[in-house]
Write a protein that binds this ligand. Sequence first.
Ligand code: HEC
Length: 130
Amino acid sequence: MRRAQHTLFGLWAVLGLGIAWAEGAPVWAAEGDAANAELLYKTYCVQCHGATGKGNGINVRDMSVQPRDHTDAAGMVGLSDDRLFKAIKEGGPAVTKSVLMPPWAGVLTDEEVHGLVRHLRVLCACEGRG
Ligand code: HEC
């Protein structure tokens, strides 16, 4: 009888964990997306846009057009999310900007580009009005 109770308790514990996990999953997924976007930014964008997004990366000394300061809310509110998405996916020329802003379509999925747009909104602490 003791053994049976034990087994039953174990089963409930496993079931309980399963339910907790299922309920927790969407939250974890959202946090995961944000963390992933930050990692992508640190991997692909910082050499030009700077470690904190201020547009002062290691490359800028030799660049004829300076990267955008992503923390500049006054400038970033004028750019809609669609515009940011297009600039990242298709590169500067797609939004009549410099070729020095590379297209990332071959490297990043649409979902990852969307994640980066959200990350830029965190960096500027602003929403686009454009
Ligand atoms: C090789 C340097 C370089 C890299 C790497 C780079 N950028 Fe840029 N980016 C630029 C430059 C230069 C501009 C400014 C273009 C201009 O003003 O004509 C720019 C502009 C932008 C803009 C503003 C476009 C607009 O509409 O004004 C966004 C958004 C942007 N970059 C996002 C990113 C993201 C996200 C990444 C990483 C996935 C990235 N950039 C990587 C150089 C770079």
